[in-house]
Write a protein that binds this ligand. Structure first.
Ligand code: PMP
Length: 352
């Protein structure tokens, strides 16, 4: 077999492990499962017949999600992380359709479009990363495919104007699917599920962020039963294990706890944002999520300086993100350690 050139040309998705560091690079929740929930999860796992395949349709989990979102269970698709759903959506669209992206945005959309041979069309966002609605509408004309919009946006953190999203949803027709990726929605208190009740719109969710289950790998989509039925044909059989379903069910049944922790993290993010604003030489972008995007004069040196002090953030690249770094809101102690390391690094870089 020869690997296709477009795959050979791609850079791999890359996260270096930094086990000793203050880990603020992947927008995870800083709190692990509370002890009571951990016990509940362990009991659930202990009762699983592991010699048997898991529930093919994740029916108990979908029923719990249906109650949570007041959504028909047959309009829900569950996958091992929302990345897999992104891939399955691109597979379902297939070669010859367009993947349309306002940029900057989450890198996996672009990567999957490239791997699977879709026609990739990228449109630069407006000032303050506002959706370039007129340009997107123009690109949608005469084509068909998928439009991915992260809302709140990633890696920028801003919340999109609901009128802008509505205009895009209005244009979906039967040629386009507008995917609203709400990975960070709970931190912003935003919810596009009303929009996703229309045909042509899908709300993409993950349990990796506010639910605090990045290690369990569960994502899902809220969409029409008709589209969900088609997507379920694309999702590999038994791809969501009984262990994953058990972890997801445990958190979803304790959504009040999830919301409380998301509120706590949003407060920490607001504190982090205010504190960063006071640091000379740092430009902070507004955020509604659990992370903050900021710009310095020399992004690479600041990233490395922080790493040398045991603080891991995520460097950004590409148009609009020059010299930008993204930091996840951690616990107050982690955020203070980050700020202290940043102040020291900026002095070092200035005098280098
Ligand atoms: N969408 C966005 C905007 C994200 O930031 C992420 C995680 N970095 C994902 C989707 C994927 O999340 P997961 O596969 O963990 O569900």
């Amino acid at each position: 077999m020869s690997i296709r050139p477009r795959i050979r040309e791609l850079a791999a998705y890359d996260f270096a492990p930094h086990p000793e560091g203050v880990k603020l690079d992947q927008n995870e929740l800083p709190y692990d499962l509370p002890e009571l929930l951990r016990q509940e999860l362990l009991a659930r796992i202990a009762a699983l017949p592991l010699n048997r395949y898991p529930d093919l349709d994740a029916s108990e989990l979908r029923a719990a999600l249906a109650r949570l979102h007041d959504w028909p269970a047959d309009g829900i698709v569950v996958t091992p992380g929302s990345n897999v759903l992104i891939q399955n959506l691109v597979i379902a669209a297939g070669i010859g359709q367009t993947v349309l992206l306002p940029t900057p945005t989450f890198s996996v959309y672009r990567m999957q479009a490239s791997i699977l041979g879709a026609e990739l069309v990228e449109v630069p966002s407006g000032p303050a990363f506002r959706l370039p609605v007129a340009d997107l509408l123009r690109e949608m004309e005469g084509r068909r495919g998928l439009l991915f919009v992260a809302n709140p946006a990633a890696p920028t953190g801003n919340l999109h104007d609901s009128d802008d999203l509505e205009r895009l949803a209005d244009a979906a027709g039967d040629r386009w699917l507008v995917v609203i990726d709400e990975a960070y929605g709970q931190f912003a208190g935003s919810d596009s599920s009303q929009l996703a009740r229309r045909p042509g719109v899908l709300s993409l969710r993950t349990l990796s962020k506010a639910f605090g289950l990045a290690g369990a790998r569960v994502g899902y989509a809220l969409t029409s039963p008709q589209l969900a039925g088609e997507l379920r044909k694309v999702v590999l059989p038994f791809v969501v294990s009984g262990l994953q379903q058990a972890a997801a069910l445990t958190m979803i049944e304790h959504n009040a706890e999830v919301e409380e922790r998301a509120r706590q993290v949003a407060l920490e993010r607001a504190w982090l944002q205010r504190s960063l604003n006071d640091v000379a030489g740092v430009h902070v972008f507004p955020s509604t999520t659990n992370f903050v995007l900021f710009r310095v004069d020399d992004g690479r040196s600041v990233y490395e300086g922080l790493l040398g002090k045991g603080v891991v953030v995520r460097p950004q690249s590409g148009p609009g993100l020059e010299n930008c770094l993204r930091v996840t809101a951690g616990t107050r102690e982690e955020n203070e350690r980050f700020l202290e390391a940043l102040r020291a690094t900026l002095v070092e870089v200035e005098h280098a």
